[in-house]
Design a protein around this ligand. Structure first.
Ligand SMILES: Cc1ncc(COP(=O)(O)O)c(C=O)c1O
Length: 383
Protein backbone atom coordinates (compact mmCIF):
# COMPACT_ATOMS: atom_id res chain seq x y z
CA UNK A 1 0.00 0.00 0.00
CA UNK A 2 1.29 3.47 -0.88
CA UNK A 3 1.86 6.38 1.53
CA UNK A 4 1.95 4.26 4.67
CA UNK A 5 5.68 4.57 5.30
CA UNK A 6 6.52 5.28 8.92
CA UNK A 7 9.99 6.62 9.65
CA UNK A 8 11.49 5.26 12.82
CA UNK A 9 14.97 6.46 11.96
CA UNK A 10 16.71 9.14 14.02
CA UNK A 11 15.80 11.79 11.46
CA UNK A 12 14.14 12.85 9.32
CA UNK A 13 11.35 12.06 11.77
CA UNK A 14 7.57 11.86 11.20
CA UNK A 15 5.91 15.21 10.45
CA UNK A 16 2.42 16.18 11.71
CA UNK A 17 -0.23 16.71 9.04
CA UNK A 18 -0.76 20.39 9.95
CA UNK A 19 2.97 20.97 9.43
CA UNK A 20 2.90 19.14 6.08
CA UNK A 21 0.01 21.33 4.94
CA UNK A 22 2.06 24.46 5.74
CA UNK A 23 4.81 23.10 3.54
CA UNK A 24 2.32 22.78 0.67
CA UNK A 25 1.25 26.45 0.78
CA UNK A 26 2.41 29.09 -1.66
CA UNK A 27 5.56 30.78 -0.28
CA UNK A 28 5.07 34.26 1.19
CA UNK A 29 7.54 37.13 0.79
CA UNK A 30 10.35 36.91 3.30
CA UNK A 31 10.37 40.71 3.79
CA UNK A 32 6.60 40.96 4.32
CA UNK A 33 5.05 42.02 7.64
CA UNK A 34 3.15 38.72 7.62
CA UNK A 35 6.44 36.80 7.64
CA UNK A 36 7.99 39.12 10.26
CA UNK A 37 5.13 38.18 12.61
CA UNK A 38 5.80 34.49 12.04
CA UNK A 39 9.50 35.01 12.71
CA UNK A 40 8.78 36.94 15.91
CA UNK A 41 6.82 33.99 17.23
CA UNK A 42 9.40 31.42 16.01
CA UNK A 43 12.35 33.27 17.60
CA UNK A 44 10.51 33.54 20.93
CA UNK A 45 9.49 29.88 20.95
CA UNK A 46 12.96 28.64 20.01
CA UNK A 47 14.20 30.27 23.22
CA UNK A 48 11.62 28.19 25.07
CA UNK A 49 12.92 24.94 23.54
CA UNK A 50 16.57 25.97 24.07
CA UNK A 51 15.69 27.02 27.65
CA UNK A 52 17.60 30.25 27.13
CA UNK A 53 17.33 34.00 27.12
CA UNK A 54 19.96 34.17 24.34
CA UNK A 55 18.87 34.86 20.78
CA UNK A 56 18.52 31.74 18.66
CA UNK A 57 19.79 32.10 15.09
CA UNK A 58 18.02 30.09 12.36
CA UNK A 59 20.20 28.92 9.48
CA UNK A 60 18.97 27.50 6.19
CA UNK A 61 21.19 24.45 6.52
CA UNK A 62 21.14 20.98 8.04
CA UNK A 63 22.38 20.36 11.58
CA UNK A 64 25.99 20.19 10.43
CA UNK A 65 25.59 23.75 9.14
CA UNK A 66 24.92 24.99 12.67
CA UNK A 67 27.88 22.94 13.96
CA UNK A 68 30.07 24.60 11.33
CA UNK A 69 28.57 27.98 12.26
CA UNK A 70 29.47 27.38 15.90
CA UNK A 71 33.15 26.70 15.37
CA UNK A 72 33.74 28.98 12.38
CA UNK A 73 32.80 31.94 14.59
CA UNK A 74 35.06 30.93 17.48
CA UNK A 75 38.16 29.16 16.22
CA UNK A 76 41.35 30.86 15.04
CA UNK A 77 44.07 28.69 13.46
CA UNK A 78 46.22 27.12 16.16
CA UNK A 79 43.55 27.32 18.89
CA UNK A 80 43.32 24.28 21.13
CA UNK A 81 40.02 22.45 20.88
CA UNK A 82 39.18 19.38 22.95
CA UNK A 83 36.55 17.10 21.40
CA UNK A 84 34.70 14.56 23.52
CA UNK A 85 33.94 11.73 21.13
CA UNK A 86 31.48 8.92 21.85
CA UNK A 87 30.52 8.27 18.23
CA UNK A 88 30.31 9.68 14.71
CA UNK A 89 28.72 12.96 15.60
CA UNK A 90 31.23 13.73 18.33
CA UNK A 91 33.88 12.96 15.73
CA UNK A 92 32.26 15.49 13.39
CA UNK A 93 33.05 18.32 15.81
CA UNK A 94 36.71 17.29 15.75
CA UNK A 95 36.72 17.23 11.95
CA UNK A 96 35.18 20.71 11.70
CA UNK A 97 37.66 22.10 14.24
CA UNK A 98 40.57 20.53 12.34
CA UNK A 99 39.28 21.97 9.06
CA UNK A 100 39.39 25.41 10.66
CA UNK A 101 43.04 24.94 11.60
CA UNK A 102 42.55 24.18 15.29
CA UNK A 103 44.92 21.96 17.21
CA UNK A 104 42.48 19.21 18.13
CA UNK A 105 42.81 16.90 21.08
CA UNK A 106 40.30 14.08 21.54
CA UNK A 107 38.94 12.08 24.43
CA UNK A 108 37.33 9.06 22.81
CA UNK A 109 35.48 6.14 24.32
CA UNK A 110 34.39 2.90 22.67
CA UNK A 111 30.98 2.99 20.94
CA UNK A 112 28.16 2.37 23.40
CA UNK A 113 29.82 4.26 26.25
CA UNK A 114 29.47 7.83 27.51
CA UNK A 115 32.20 10.24 28.59
CA UNK A 116 33.24 9.58 32.18
CA UNK A 117 33.28 12.97 33.93
CA UNK A 118 36.39 11.86 35.86
CA UNK A 119 38.34 11.48 32.62
CA UNK A 120 37.36 14.98 31.54
CA UNK A 121 38.26 16.40 34.94
CA UNK A 122 41.73 14.84 34.80
CA UNK A 123 42.26 16.23 31.31
CA UNK A 124 41.14 19.72 32.25
CA UNK A 125 43.14 19.68 35.49
CA UNK A 126 46.27 18.76 33.54
CA UNK A 127 45.80 21.85 31.35
CA UNK A 128 47.46 24.10 33.94
CA UNK A 129 48.20 26.88 31.46
CA UNK A 130 44.54 26.96 30.38
CA UNK A 131 45.41 26.39 26.74
CA UNK A 132 42.20 24.56 25.87
CA UNK A 133 39.90 27.21 24.46
CA UNK A 134 36.87 25.16 23.44
CA UNK A 135 35.44 21.78 24.42
CA UNK A 136 32.96 20.19 22.00
CA UNK A 137 30.49 17.52 23.04
CA UNK A 138 27.33 15.73 21.99
CA UNK A 139 24.31 15.40 24.23
CA UNK A 140 22.71 12.50 22.39
CA UNK A 141 25.03 10.43 20.20
CA UNK A 142 22.74 9.27 17.40
CA UNK A 143 25.16 6.68 16.03
CA UNK A 144 25.11 4.62 19.24
CA UNK A 145 22.06 5.75 21.24
CA UNK A 146 24.11 7.04 24.17
CA UNK A 147 23.47 10.24 26.13
CA UNK A 148 26.24 12.21 27.80
CA UNK A 149 25.74 13.85 31.19
CA UNK A 150 25.95 17.32 29.68
CA UNK A 151 25.07 19.13 32.89
CA UNK A 152 28.05 17.66 34.78
CA UNK A 153 30.49 17.89 31.86
CA UNK A 154 29.57 21.51 31.11
CA UNK A 155 30.00 22.52 34.76
CA UNK A 156 33.58 21.14 34.65
CA UNK A 157 34.33 22.94 31.40
CA UNK A 158 32.98 26.17 32.91
CA UNK A 159 35.19 25.71 35.99
CA UNK A 160 38.25 25.29 33.75
CA UNK A 161 37.36 28.42 31.77
CA UNK A 162 37.00 26.93 28.26
CA UNK A 163 33.84 27.36 26.19
CA UNK A 164 31.43 24.45 25.96
CA UNK A 165 29.99 23.87 22.48
CA UNK A 166 27.18 21.34 22.58
CA UNK A 167 25.44 19.33 19.84
CA UNK A 168 21.75 19.12 20.77
CA UNK A 169 20.67 17.89 17.34
CA UNK A 170 18.82 14.77 18.55
CA UNK A 171 18.19 15.91 22.11
CA UNK A 172 16.42 19.26 21.87
CA UNK A 173 12.67 18.89 22.00
CA UNK A 174 13.09 15.35 23.33
CA UNK A 175 15.31 15.45 26.42
CA UNK A 176 16.13 17.88 29.18
CA UNK A 177 18.66 20.43 28.02
CA UNK A 178 18.76 23.67 29.99
CA UNK A 179 21.13 25.98 28.17
CA UNK A 180 21.15 28.85 30.69
CA UNK A 181 20.78 26.87 33.91
CA UNK A 182 23.53 24.41 32.94
CA UNK A 183 25.81 27.16 31.61
CA UNK A 184 26.14 25.82 28.05
CA UNK A 185 28.02 28.44 26.01
CA UNK A 186 26.96 27.42 22.50
CA UNK A 187 24.11 25.04 21.67
CA UNK A 188 23.03 23.85 18.22
CA UNK A 189 20.19 21.75 16.85
CA UNK A 190 18.44 20.75 13.61
CA UNK A 191 14.88 20.83 12.30
CA UNK A 192 14.29 17.23 11.19
CA UNK A 193 14.45 15.74 14.68
CA UNK A 194 12.58 16.79 17.83
CA UNK A 195 11.26 19.87 16.03
CA UNK A 196 8.98 17.66 13.88
CA UNK A 197 9.55 19.43 10.57
CA UNK A 198 11.44 18.28 7.45
CA UNK A 199 15.22 18.77 7.09
CA UNK A 200 16.62 22.14 6.03
CA UNK A 201 16.87 24.40 9.08
CA UNK A 202 19.32 24.46 11.95
CA UNK A 203 19.54 26.54 15.08
CA UNK A 204 22.31 28.10 17.15
CA UNK A 205 22.32 29.99 20.43
CA UNK A 206 25.39 31.50 22.10
CA UNK A 207 25.74 33.18 25.49
CA UNK A 208 27.70 36.36 26.31
CA UNK A 209 30.93 34.47 27.08
CA UNK A 210 30.82 32.93 23.61
CA UNK A 211 30.00 36.28 22.00
CA UNK A 212 33.13 37.75 23.61
CA UNK A 213 35.22 35.00 21.99
CA UNK A 214 33.40 35.48 18.69
CA UNK A 215 34.58 39.12 18.65
CA UNK A 216 38.19 37.84 18.66
CA UNK A 217 37.59 35.49 15.73
CA UNK A 218 39.80 36.70 12.88
CA UNK A 219 37.82 35.27 9.97
CA UNK A 220 34.26 34.41 10.97
CA UNK A 221 32.33 32.76 8.18
CA UNK A 222 30.26 35.08 5.94
CA UNK A 223 26.96 33.20 5.53
CA UNK A 224 27.07 31.78 9.05
CA UNK A 225 28.38 34.98 10.69
CA UNK A 226 26.74 35.24 14.12
CA UNK A 227 26.71 39.04 14.15
CA UNK A 228 25.00 39.44 10.75
CA UNK A 229 22.47 36.78 11.62
CA UNK A 230 21.73 38.04 15.14
CA UNK A 231 21.02 41.56 13.86
CA UNK A 232 18.28 40.05 11.73
CA UNK A 233 16.92 37.95 14.59
CA UNK A 234 16.55 41.11 16.70
CA UNK A 235 14.69 42.76 13.79
CA UNK A 236 12.36 39.73 13.35
CA UNK A 237 13.94 39.16 10.00
CA UNK A 238 16.57 36.93 8.37
CA UNK A 239 19.91 37.95 6.86
CA UNK A 240 19.33 36.07 3.61
CA UNK A 241 16.38 34.46 1.82
CA UNK A 242 15.32 31.72 4.24
CA UNK A 243 13.47 28.47 3.53
CA UNK A 244 10.18 30.34 3.95
CA UNK A 245 7.87 27.33 4.01
CA UNK A 246 10.03 25.50 6.52
CA UNK A 247 9.82 28.50 8.83
CA UNK A 248 6.05 28.70 8.46
CA UNK A 249 5.95 24.97 9.23
CA UNK A 250 8.26 25.51 12.20
CA UNK A 251 5.81 28.03 13.66
CA UNK A 252 3.06 25.38 13.57
CA UNK A 253 5.36 22.75 15.10
CA UNK A 254 6.51 25.12 17.86
CA UNK A 255 2.86 25.93 18.64
CA UNK A 256 2.32 22.18 19.09
CA UNK A 257 5.42 21.89 21.28
CA UNK A 258 4.23 24.72 23.51
CA UNK A 259 0.76 23.29 23.74
CA UNK A 260 2.02 19.88 24.85
CA UNK A 261 4.69 21.49 27.06
CA UNK A 262 8.39 20.67 27.09
CA UNK A 263 8.18 18.73 30.36
CA UNK A 264 5.38 16.52 29.01
CA UNK A 265 7.28 15.98 25.77
CA UNK A 266 10.36 14.84 27.68
CA UNK A 267 8.23 12.45 29.77
CA UNK A 268 6.60 11.09 26.59
CA UNK A 269 10.01 10.36 25.05
CA UNK A 270 11.28 8.74 28.25
CA UNK A 271 8.22 6.55 28.61
CA UNK A 272 8.28 5.33 25.02
CA UNK A 273 12.05 4.67 24.96
CA UNK A 274 12.08 2.89 28.31
CA UNK A 275 9.05 0.81 27.33
CA UNK A 276 10.76 -0.06 24.06
CA UNK A 277 13.84 -1.24 25.96
CA UNK A 278 11.63 -3.53 28.09
CA UNK A 279 10.07 -4.87 24.90
CA UNK A 280 13.43 -5.55 23.22
CA UNK A 281 14.59 -7.51 26.26
CA UNK A 282 11.32 -9.44 26.39
CA UNK A 283 11.75 -10.45 22.73
CA UNK A 284 15.15 -11.90 23.66
CA UNK A 285 17.24 -9.32 21.81
CA UNK A 286 20.25 -7.50 23.25
CA UNK A 287 20.39 -3.74 23.62
CA UNK A 288 23.59 -2.18 22.32
CA UNK A 289 23.58 0.11 25.36
CA UNK A 290 22.84 -2.14 28.33
CA UNK A 291 23.34 0.59 30.91
CA UNK A 292 19.93 2.23 31.33
CA UNK A 293 21.44 5.34 32.93
CA UNK A 294 23.23 6.41 29.74
CA UNK A 295 20.71 5.08 27.22
CA UNK A 296 19.18 7.63 24.87
CA UNK A 297 15.47 8.35 25.17
CA UNK A 298 15.16 9.17 21.48
CA UNK A 299 17.21 6.44 19.76
CA UNK A 300 17.48 2.78 20.73
CA UNK A 301 20.23 0.64 19.23
CA UNK A 302 19.55 -3.10 19.08
CA UNK A 303 21.74 -6.12 18.24
CA UNK A 304 20.22 -8.68 15.86
CA UNK A 305 19.74 -12.25 17.10
CA UNK A 306 22.26 -14.88 16.01
CA UNK A 307 21.70 -16.07 12.43
CA UNK A 308 19.48 -13.15 11.44
CA UNK A 309 21.06 -10.17 9.74
CA UNK A 310 20.37 -6.48 10.21
CA UNK A 311 19.62 -6.03 6.47
CA UNK A 312 17.03 -8.83 6.65
CA UNK A 313 15.32 -7.29 9.67
CA UNK A 314 15.25 -3.84 8.05
CA UNK A 315 14.05 -5.25 4.73
CA UNK A 316 11.23 -7.28 6.30
CA UNK A 317 10.09 -4.35 8.44
CA UNK A 318 10.04 -2.13 5.38
CA UNK A 319 8.47 -4.54 2.89
CA UNK A 320 5.88 -6.14 5.16
CA UNK A 321 5.07 -3.27 7.54
CA UNK A 322 6.30 -0.04 5.89
CA UNK A 323 8.40 0.77 8.93
CA UNK A 324 11.87 2.16 8.33
CA UNK A 325 14.53 1.68 11.01
CA UNK A 326 18.16 2.75 10.62
CA UNK A 327 21.23 0.60 10.12
CA UNK A 328 24.35 1.16 12.24
CA UNK A 329 26.90 3.62 10.90
CA UNK A 330 30.53 2.98 9.86
CA UNK A 331 32.00 0.14 11.93
CA UNK A 332 28.54 -0.59 13.37
CA UNK A 333 26.96 -1.07 9.93
CA UNK A 334 25.01 -4.35 9.86
CA UNK A 335 25.96 -4.91 13.52
CA UNK A 336 23.08 -2.94 15.07
CA UNK A 337 19.81 -1.42 13.97
CA UNK A 338 18.56 1.82 15.44
CA UNK A 339 14.95 2.64 16.25
CA UNK A 340 14.16 6.34 16.41
CA UNK A 341 11.36 7.41 18.74
CA UNK A 342 12.06 11.09 18.31
CA UNK A 343 9.64 13.96 17.80
CA UNK A 344 6.13 13.22 16.53
CA UNK A 345 5.98 9.71 17.98
CA UNK A 346 3.17 8.37 20.15
CA UNK A 347 2.61 5.30 22.32
CA UNK A 348 0.52 3.85 19.48
CA UNK A 349 3.50 4.15 17.14
CA UNK A 350 5.72 2.33 19.62
CA UNK A 351 3.19 -0.49 20.02
CA UNK A 352 2.91 -0.77 16.23
CA UNK A 353 6.68 -0.83 15.86
CA UNK A 354 7.22 -3.52 18.49
CA UNK A 355 4.36 -5.63 17.09
CA UNK A 356 5.83 -5.30 13.60
CA UNK A 357 9.33 -6.11 14.84
CA UNK A 358 7.99 -9.25 16.51
CA UNK A 359 6.22 -10.22 13.31
CA UNK A 360 9.36 -9.65 11.24
CA UNK A 361 11.56 -11.62 13.64
CA UNK A 362 9.03 -14.45 13.76
CA UNK A 363 9.01 -14.64 9.98
CA UNK A 364 12.82 -14.66 9.93
CA UNK A 365 12.91 -17.61 12.34
CA UNK A 366 13.86 -16.00 15.66
CA UNK A 367 12.78 -18.25 18.53
CA UNK A 368 10.79 -16.36 21.15
CA UNK A 369 7.33 -16.25 22.59
CA UNK A 370 5.28 -14.16 20.20
CA UNK A 371 3.56 -11.23 21.91
CA UNK A 372 6.01 -10.87 24.80
CA UNK A 373 7.49 -7.63 23.46
CA UNK A 374 4.14 -5.93 22.95
CA UNK A 375 3.00 -7.17 26.38
CA UNK A 376 6.12 -5.79 28.09
CA UNK A 377 5.75 -2.44 26.33
CA UNK A 378 2.06 -2.08 27.16
CA UNK A 379 2.66 -3.05 30.79
CA UNK A 380 5.39 -0.40 31.02
CA UNK A 381 3.28 2.28 29.35
CA UNK A 382 0.31 1.55 31.61
CA UNK A 383 2.36 1.55 34.81
C1 LIG B 1 23.70 14.12 16.98
C2 LIG B 1 23.75 14.64 15.60
N1 LIG B 1 24.55 15.68 15.32
C3 LIG B 1 24.65 16.19 14.10
C4 LIG B 1 23.94 15.66 13.05
C5 LIG B 1 24.11 16.23 11.69
O1 LIG B 1 22.93 16.78 11.24
P1 LIG B 1 22.62 16.88 9.68
O2 LIG B 1 22.64 15.50 9.13
O3 LIG B 1 21.24 17.50 9.71
O4 LIG B 1 23.64 17.76 9.09
C6 LIG B 1 23.10 14.58 13.26
C7 LIG B 1 22.34 13.97 12.16
O5 LIG B 1 21.74 12.95 12.28
C8 LIG B 1 23.00 14.06 14.57
O6 LIG B 1 22.19 13.04 14.83
Amino acid sequence: MKDKTFLMIPGPTPVPESVLLDMAKHPIGHRSSEFAKILESVYADLKYVFQTKNDVIVYTASGTGAMDAALSNLVNPGDKVLSLVIGNFGQRWAKIAAALGAEVDIIEVEPGKAIDPKTLKEKLDSDVNKEIKIVTLTQNETSTGVTNDVKTLVSMIREHGALSVVDGVTSLGAMTCKMDEWGIDVLVSGSQKGFMIPPGLSFLAANERAWEVQKQCKRPDFYFNWETNRKSVIANSTAFTPAVNLIVALKTALDMIKEEGLDNIIIRHEKIAKGLREAIRAIGLKLFVENDSIASTSITAVLPPDNITVPDIRKTLKEDYDIVVANGQNQLKDKIFRIGTLGFVSQRDAITAVGSLEAALHKLGHKFELGQGVAALIKYLNK
